[in-house]
Design a protein around this ligand. Structure first.
Ligand SMILES: CC(C)(COP(=O)(O)OP(=O)(O)OC[C@H]1O[C@@H](n2cnc3c(N)ncnc32)[C@H](O)[C@@H]1OP(=O)(O)O)[C@@H](O)C(=O)NCCC(=O)NCCS
Length: 187
């Protein structure tokens, strides 16, 4: 379980089906996917993540609002084929009624920190269809930079963003005190 200021991330259970289906069957939410999910595809999504937990010790985790206990989406790490390489990828889906409140950023940063603290990976990725502004803006907010643009049959063009362990370690260090801040403090 991962806890942030406003969120709790926990493993999926089959009981999350209804709340997840509301998100994944919505055409607006799924506009950058080939199609919204039907019931069978949504059940498979939960099963796939239960398999991921068993195989890798991680997967997409359910994102819960601490204040209300509401399931608002998922965020976590899965192994994805990014331009022919199987790589650790941070993914996120948030219910549209909660968009633009910083929940994806908050969850993704916690997942990124978890990945560098609990795995040996030296780089973690997020990838998306080139039209998915919300997704790549969240990757940028997660400290990632664009590392690749490539033709992808399911996305036409995919963008891959990434952050290295060294870049992440730098983010953890407090900003150095510059001469300006020293003199500003002194004056
Ligand atoms: C992508 C998604 C998870 C973002 O969720 P969210 O909770 O609204 O994102 P946040 O509020 O945390 O925003 C994170 C950053 O992205 C920006 N952002 C989010 N949605 C955006 C949009 N539609 N257009 C432009 N910027 C956007 C925010 O301004 C913020 O940037 P900042 O830190 O510089 O202010 C959400 O739009 C979603 O669920 N989309 C559908 C599923 C999907 O496509 N998932 C990605 C699959 S690759």
């Amino acid at each position: 379980m991962i806890e942030t200021e406003r969120l709790m991330l926990r493993e999926y259970t089959p009981d999350d089906f209804d709340a997840l289906y509301e998100i994944m069957s919505d055409p607006e939410t799924m506009q950058h996917y080939p199609a919204p999910f039907d019931e069978a595809r949504t059940r498979r999504w939960i099963e796939w993540n239960l398999e991921n937990y068993a195989q890798y010790g991680f997967g997409l985790w359910a994102v819960i609002l601490k204040e209300t206990g509401e399931f608002i989406g998922d965020c976590g790490i899965t192994i994805q084929n990014i331009d022919g390489e199987m790589l650790p990828e941070i993914g996120y889906h948030i219910h549209k009624k909660h968009w633009r409140r910083g929940y994806a950023k908050e969850a993704a940063r916690a997942v990124r920190d978890w990945a560098f603290l609990n795995t040996e990976y030296d780089r973690v990725y997020s990838y998306m269809k080139y039209t998915n502004v919300g997704s790549y803006s969240t990757a940028i907010a997660n400290g990632m930079k664009k590392v690749k643009e490539y033709p992808d049959p399911k996305n036409t063009i995919s963008y891959a963003y990434a952050i290295t362990r060294a870049e992440w370690e730098k983010l953890q260090r407090p900003a150095p005190c510059t001469e300006n801040t020293v003199s500003a403090k002194g004056s």
